[in-house]
Design a protein. Structure first.
Length: 189
């Protein structure tokens, strides 16, 4: 298995993370042999959504953000969902956790609205990335170059636009997670 021995963190908001953008990358990492830890703002189960409005499945949270460190993991997945991504970027602990992955050169994958968290962490400047189209102005204002592509990789940062891009996103994040650390990962360094 490609990711044997790799520990991967995946964030989920207590409510509002887009279900397929959480479940499919998690499954892809597990199928590739990685060990996934589900992290949220607290340890209560997290309620996902579909299409931002419809209730989705409930997922078990393994650890609260205050109980983990980027040093514990090899890579990070940040799923989207506008409400979920907004909740995550509002947490200084989440923002610091995400920033620490970049500082350490570890790969990060973010889909749909998740680049909001990257913007809050000051890790977009000088990078090429994609997202849900409504974030393109936010990305440009943060110094990034937004492109309308299925999947974009920039020095270990993998981004995609929406659930339709999940097959390409999952394949590319597994590939980048296998490669490990990237010397150019820290955008704000």
């Amino acid at each position: 298995m490609k990711l044997d021995g790799k520990k991967i963190a995946i964030l989920i908001a207590p409510r509002g993370t887009e279900e397929p953008e959480f479940a499919k990358p998690k499954a892809a990492v597990e199928e590739a042999g990685g060990t996934v830890t589900v992290i949220s703002l607290g340890t209560d189960d997290a309620q996902s959504v579909n299409n931002d409005l419809d209730p989705g499945a409930t997922f078990q949270v393994d650890k609260a953000i205050g109980d983990v460190s980027a040093a514990d993991f090899d890579a990070l997945v940040i799923p989207g969902g506008s409400v979920g991504a907004d909740k995550l970027r509002g947490s200084k602990d989440v923002v610091g956790f995400v920033r620490d992955f970049f500082t350490a050169g570890k790969p990060v994958a973010a889909i749909c609205h998740a680049p909001w968290v990257l913007i809050e962490a000051d890790e977009v400047e000088g990078r090429k990335l994609t997202s849900f189209p409504t974030l393109q102005t936010d990305i440009r204002n943060a110094g990034g170059t937004w492109v309308d592509e299925e999947v974009v990789v920039d020095q270990g940062l993998v981004t995609s636009r929406n659930p339709d891009d999940l097959p390409a996103f999952c394949a590319k994040l597994v590939e980048e997670f296998c490669e490990g650390k990237h010397a150019g990962q820290a955008a704000s360094a």
